[in-house]
Design a protein around this ligand. Structure first.
Ligand code: ACO
Length: 208
């Protein structure tokens, strides 16, 4: 699995344009910093609490160490760190983490999109591409996604791809400086009759 994270997924057409999911790059620092800084208000309510201010944590100089850490985890096969592109432009990130092998073969999936591009079906297309990669080449059987009950847009994304709710994880994660309940969404290989992308295309939400 040293190279499996380097796959590029897509493109898949949505109403917003062509969505591609590709590995993070060392030269993503400037755009990562710009978008994360500009999207502070839409990201803070949903993202893990960090040390230091949002602006400090997303200074351009922080990308180097973050990129290196993600890349070494990716090489070990525990993380798939991706950028979501719309018509070739960086518009967000998709990350698969805590990849477990053996008899569990599961991971979590998470994502964010620049608010300038909300509602175009980009996250849904990216998650579908990520799911098919995880259940295909990566060889996983189950994906989890944890979402706060108030995050309706993210729940809509997961439902469109076929994720089910399995319950409420009480005081699950430290987000925006409080322990927040999260809904546990999950998807296993058995839930999908074909691929997630095929189902999205069939539902008219994306095309090849
Ligand atoms: N209430 C109900 N539904 C909503 C709302 C709302 N307030 N806002 C948007 N939606 C729906 C849209 O109508 C759309 O569904 P539809 O196609 O059935 O109409 C759906 O949410 C959004 O689908 P996409 O367009 O594919 O998603 P988008 O590209 O806009 O990205 C995302 C969604 C990633 C959640 C974006 O809003 C975002 O980045 N938010 C901030 C970060 C975040 O919350 N990330 C997810 C954390 S949870 C996790 O990673 C598992």
């Amino acid at each position: 699995h040293t190279r499996v994270w380097q796959s590029t997924l897509g493109p898949l057409r949505t109403s917003a344009g062509a969505v591609t999911v590709r590995p993070i790059r060392s030269r993503d620092g400037a755009i990562w910093s710009e978008l994360r800084t500009r999207n502070e208000k839409t990201l803070v309510p949903w993202e893990p609490t960090g040390i230091g201010s949002w602006v400090q944590r997303h200074h351009r100089s922080q990308w180097g160490p973050l990129y290196s850490a993600l890349k070494s985890e990716a090489r070990r096969g525990t993380v798939l760190p991706y950028v979501i592109e719309l018509d070739g432009q960086y518009v967000g990130q998709l990350t698969v983490g805590n990849i477990q092998r053996g008899a569990v073969r599961s991971a979590w999936i998470g994502y964010w999109i620049d608010s300038d591009h909300f509602g175009g079906g980009i996250a849904t297309a990216a998650v579908a591409l990520g799911v098919d990669h995880c259940f295909g080449r990566v060889g996983l059987h189950r994906l989890d996604a944890t979402v706060q009950p108030a995050n309706e847009a993210s729940q809509a994304v997961l439902k469109k791809v076929g994720f089910r709710t399995e319950g409420l994880l009480e005081r699950y994660m430290d987000v925006d400086s409080r322990w927040r309940d999260h809904l546990l969404f999950a998807l296993t290989v058995e839930d999908l009759p074909g691929t997630a992308v095929e189902a999205l295309v069939r539902s008219g939400r994306a095309s090849y």
